[in-house]
Design a protein around this ligand. Structure first.
Ligand code: ZN
Length: 212
């Protein structure tokens, strides 16, 4: 039965520290470098992709899936869903899924609304869980690698969903450092779905999640 329980069973091993790195707006020319770093460190991440970028980097989209990382939906054209006519919301989600299905044969099952903009109308017109974040690396605002790394390392907690963008070289360089540093601090880097499962959370359509 899908239930959320805070009580660990006696046989459960001690709780592991886990976080989910998430990357928006790609793939881009830096994504392969990021996948190399994840693979080398046996770490996983979640990539919330958009339509044009996915079409431009079909091999990267497939590599994300084939390497055990997770693909999420960031809408077809990065529209602010709360500003759209209600009828257009499903198109933004479904059009991205059509691109992904053509490229990979599978579809996404997580939504990250662009800019994190969400309201009840979006929630009611979305068939996927809505994945926001608990820790923003601010890599959209600063392209200072040290500041991005510092923001994450000073604030990271077990169960965090960390927001980054694989569309900047500085973000990917920061991610390379963060993968190593977070692992050194005892954090396992897992996908969003793995993090939810590990924390005994059953993801529900239209529900908003910021951390687990
Ligand atoms: Zn975005």
């Amino acid at each position: 039965t899908p239930s959320v329980s805070a009580t660990p069973s006696p046989t459960e091993s001690p709780e592991k520290l886990q976080v989910a790195l998430t990357f928006e707006d790609g793939p881009d020319i830096y994504t392969e470098r990021l996948l190399n770093a994840l693979e080398a460190q046996n770490a996983k991440a979640t990539f919330f992709v958009v339509g044009d970028a996915a079409s431009d980097f079909p091999d990267t989209v497939n590599r994300i899936l084939d390497s055990g990382n997770e693909l999420g939906n960031h809408t077809y054209s990065h529209e602010t869903l709360t500003s759209l006519d209600v009828d257009d919301i499903p198109y933004q989600i479904n059009d991205l899924n059509q691109v992904i299905e053509q490229l990979t044969g599978s579809t996404t099952s997580l939504l990250r609304p662009p800019h994190g903009s969400v309201n009840e109308t979006v929630q009611e017109n979305c068939d996927d869980p809505i994945i926001l974040w608990s820790l923003d690396s601010d890599d959209n605002d600063t392209h200072d690698i040290g500041k991005i790394v510092q923001k994450v390392l000073e604030n990271v907690e077990d169960g965090d969903i960390i927001r980054m963008h694989d569309t900047y070289e500085t973000s990917v360089a920061a991610a390379e450092i963060l993968i190593t540093e977070l692992q050194n601090q005892g954090f396992e880097l897992v996908t969003v779905s793995e993090l939810a499962e590990s924390k005994n959370v059953t993801l529900e359509s239209g529900k908003i999640y910021k951390s687990f």
